[in-house]
Design a protein around this ligand. Sequence first.
Ligand code: KIV
Length: 285
Amino acid sequence: MSRKITHCILKKMKKKGEKIAAITSYNYLSTRLIDDVGIDFILVGDSLGMVELGYENTLPVTMEEVIHHLKAVTRAKPNAFVVGDMPFMSYQASVGDAIRNAGRLVKEGGAEGVKLEGGMRNADAIKGIVRASIPVVGHLGLTPQSLLQFGGYKIQGKDSFSVKRLLKDAKCLEDAGCCSIVIEGVPWEVAKEITEAVSIPTIGIGAGIYCDGQILVIQDMLGIYEKPLPRFVKMYDQIGERIKKAVAGYIKEVKDGTFPELKHSYSVEKKEKGKGRNESSRNAP
Ligand code: KIV
C-alpha cells in the first residue's frame, strides 16, 4: 500500500535528494491513473482554463471552476499531495480575500495545499494563509497570471537584476512559510541557485534539472493539447493522434455497418425466442 504524501514528506524527499514527480490533473479518472503509478504531487492548476475549458490564457479562470475540478480530483482519493491553484484575482486584492479563497479550496475542494503566483509582494497573503493552517506553494519566474505585465510568456531571470530579485523572492517565500516553490521558465543556472539557497523543495517547469522535482501539464506530456508547446515539454506519448485514430475507426465502422458485431449485441434467450420480448437497456444482464 502506497503512503499518503504530505508537504512534510516532500521536504524530507528534498533532504534525502529524492526527486519529486509532479503533474497537473483536473478530473477523477486521470487522477486515478496517475496516482496508481505513484505520482508524488498533483496540481489542479489554473492551466485548466486552457487545457480543459478552451480559454486563451489563465486570466478568466474563476474560483468556482478550480473548485469544480479540484472536487473531481480529490474524489479519487489520491495518495499524492493535492494542491489547488488560486486563480487570478482570488488573492491579489487583499489578505482577507486570499485567506478566504484559500480556505474555500480546502473546505469545498478538498485541497491539501494552495498555490499562488508571485514573490515578496504576496508575503502578507502567504503568512495569513499559513496562519490559517493551510500549506502554501509559491510560484516564481514566468508566472502566467502576470502575462499582461510581462508582455507575453517570457523567460525570466536572464539578467543579473532579475536573478537577484528571484533569489530574494525565493527566500521571502520560504520566510513567509511556503512549503515548496514552483519555478517556471527560468535558466537552469538560476533555478539551481534558488534550489540550493532554500530548504523547501523547488518544483521546476522549464527550469532545468537541478530543481528538487519537476512538473508538467498532463495534456502536454501526453500529447493531447493541439497548440504549439514550449521547448521544455517532453511528450511521452501522442495520445491525441491515438484518440483521433480510434474515433475515426469507430466512425468508419458505424458508417459501413461493421460495428456492432454479434458479440457486441445481446440476444433473446433461446426459450424466449418468438415470444416478442424486447431488451434495450445498456445494463441488461
Ligand atoms: O497552472 C498550472 O498548471 C501551473 C503549472 C504549470 C505549474 O501553474
